[in-house]
Design a protein around this ligand. Sequence first.
Ligand code: ADP
Ligand code: MG
Length: 293
Amino acid sequence: METPSRALTIAVYNNKGGVGKTTTTLNLAATLALLKKRVLIVDFDPNQSDLGDALNLRPLKGKVLDILKNKESNIGDIITPYKFEHPKLTEPLGFDIILADEDLIGDVDEAKLKQQVKLHALRRALESVQSKYDYVLIDAPPNWRVFAQKAIYAADVVLIPARHDNLHSLQNAGMAITRFIPEMQAERQRFGDAGPTALPIFMNNAFRVSDAQLQLMHQAVAKIIKEGKANANKFDLTPYFYPKFRKGHKDLRMITIPYMAYISRADFMHMPAAFAFKPAREQYLNLVKEYFL
Ligand SMILES: Nc1ncnc2c1ncn2[C@@H]1O[C@H](COP(=O)(O)OP(=O)(O)O)[C@@H](O)[C@H]1O
Ligand SMILES: [Mg+2]
């Protein structure tokens, strides 16, 4: 049977802000583009609009809302190409982006929005462009509210950044896997559709983590895992925090992107660190290999 190839849709999510959702979305897109993959990124965190801002692109006005509300409108009409040019490159590198919607910034009426825009709106809207890309990455907002829910609903897999030194980001990562993602799985199942699936959590932005801090982190994670097992659906979070852990081999290695000045510096230059700086590129290449190749 012929099945047209379709993009793998990845939502980058943590209920906590400042853990690297936007940075990860951008640099994974850049790294995948370097590997000649066709990539679309979606700025689905209008209150920040950081993804567009990171590339010096302004939000759109009313367009995304219109697409989410309106079955007939075509998401292809609001895709902006981003090109990175460099004297050493024979042809520009790039990917496509759906910018945030200016009309969704600030005090939007959540109850009204919930009525106007269905949970499956983003998933349905992306359907028409799925065959044009290898990867679609959605930068989801923090907080388990309408936008985050639509982003997770739309995803095949959910990538969750957390921080070694931030307890809430670790707890929220666990909560996304034990509660939020299963909620969206149940919704999708009502339409005979499987997914989304959580990928192992990765630690981002670890700045000179001391042994004492690491020990505290492992203790906190042990508690989160214990609570997960005590949960109604008896979830074992071990493989999500420790993907190398095997019975009999207590391997506590985690997937990590270290703190790198290059990564934050690239923000000021309005370009992805993975395009501009080789050491950053190598880190994100490792992440891509770990998850997607
Ligand atoms: N690995 C890293 N090394 C250095 N700075 C980082 C790293 N990851 C993220 N940052 C910086 O941390 C800040 C927050 O990251 P961001 O991606 O905006 O988080 P979120 O989207 O989750 O709110 C940004 O200033 C970003 O440049
Ligand atoms: Mg962000």
